[in-house]
Design a protein around this ligand. Structure first.
Ligand code: ZN
Length: 143
């Protein structure tokens, strides 16, 4: 992983073979990034994505082992259980130019992973468990 800091933003190059969610989460912990917007592009493999089933309060999973284009990664960072937590959704493209997408659990960089993190420098963006939804949802306050 390589990075470059520009004001309160970072350009992060997650390299071939590295896990994206693990690398970006560790980066946020290391840099004290508690509230942020993350976007990215690249080419990835061993992708675990899903969709949330509100009735069963559980995720449906699908694994893609093949190399796919990471067309778009959109995510945010908030504090959950005292640690930076990433929530991200992705859009993937096949070599037939078909598109898949979902909630991202994890994926590995197959060629390049290029991400931009905008650090809002705020410690009050929180996630708390919401019993109705069955997930830790954003709990926002303005101090
Ligand atoms: Zn999601």
């Amino acid at each position: 992983m390589q990075f470059q800091k520009i004001n309160h933003s970072y350009i992060v190059h997650v390299e071939k073979g590295e896990k994206v969610m693990q690398t970006l989460t560790n980066f946020c912990i290391e840099k004290g990034i508690h509230s942020a917007q993350i976007s990215g592009i690249g080419a990835v493999r061993n992708i675990d994505i899903g969709a949330y089933d509100i009735t069963n309060k559980d995720y449906i999973h699908r694994i893609f082992e093949e190399i796919l284009e990471l067309l778009s990664f959109q995510g945010n960072v908030a504090i959950k259980d005292g640690e930076p937590f990433l929530h991200a959704h992705i859009t993937l493209g096949t070599h037939d130019m078909e598109v898949y997408g979902g909630h991202l659990f994890e994926m590995e960089v197959a060629a390049v992973g290029e991400f931009i993190i905008h650090d809002f420098q705020n410690k009050n963006t929180l996630r708390q468990y919401n019993d109705d939804i069955g997930l830790a949802t954003l709990k926002l306050c303005n101090l």
